[in-house]
Design a protein around this ligand. Sequence first.
Ligand code: NAP
Length: 289
Amino acid sequence: MQKLESKPVVEKIREQVLQKSDAFQKKYHRKPHLAVILVGDDPASHVYVRNKHVACEKVGFQSTNHQMPAITQEQELISHIQKLNQDSAVDAILIQLPLPSHINKERVLAHLDPHKDPDCLTEANLGKFFSGNSVVKPCTPWGVMRILEHYNISVTGKDVVVIGRSLIVGKPMACLLSDANATVTLCHSKTKNLAEKTNQADLVVVAAGKPRFFGKEYFNAKSVVIDVGIHGSGSGQGLCGDVKYDEVYPQVLAITPVPGGVGPMTISTLLENTMALAEARAQKLENKK
Ligand code: NAP
């Protein structure tokens, strides 16, 4: 049983992004700039946002904090996003989710400039991603691919089960794995005989959003298990995944831990996406000259 920790992958990506960011600054005389919008007082979101600012600093990015009160109206948020869309000093705009319940996420995202969307959440960027033609990739599934790559786990010809079909994790995960030549079964809450399917798979990506739900009966001694689930305080303490880690770890070939597995990858791939957006925008402006 191997523990697929993300720390070495995070460090490698940080180094790569830092090099690109240095080169960007030398060429364009400014830093890549991520604006982070946080609406409300959700403590876990505050921790995530703080971590993102720290990560930006480590790779030489400028990051700005746009804190808005919980009572912010949808139109106010949209106006703020539109202002940042127009701001030529901003390369990427991250809207920290979840938004307060009185704000409609889809309506808000519809106003985000896709050229400044580092999470690949806009319909335009998702469309490009599924067409194999995007500057950015969905952060969490792309982070999973980077872990597999780092640990030399090839999925070519492998049978893979993805549990969960959300637009931010399950569906793009299935797409990336299929593009990497895996044979993918995409499962969800209505799937019959799930344990039978996961037991037959070489690799299982679990993204069901159910704390400590999947025990050893779902896996076999040759399973590689990627646990995308993340539950807990957001403080890094008392976090758990969708898999019963202590029970499953000794029984399988390899597994990502929680914390220390997929979670930190999402920030790393966010940095990569921000860098890619900054480069694409700067290049476009240069071509116009
Ligand atoms: P989501 O939108 O709630 O989707 C959950 C999916 O799992 C749905 O497709 C659902 O099926 C399926 N599902 C639920 N219970 C199931 C069961 N018992 N058996 C099989 N399928 C089941 O969640 P999400 O946004 O994709 O997130 C999934 C997990 O990943 C959460 O724990 C979340 O916190 C975590 N996450 C982590 C990161 C990170 O940075 N590491 C980023 C994003 C999300 P139906 O479609 O039929 O309802």
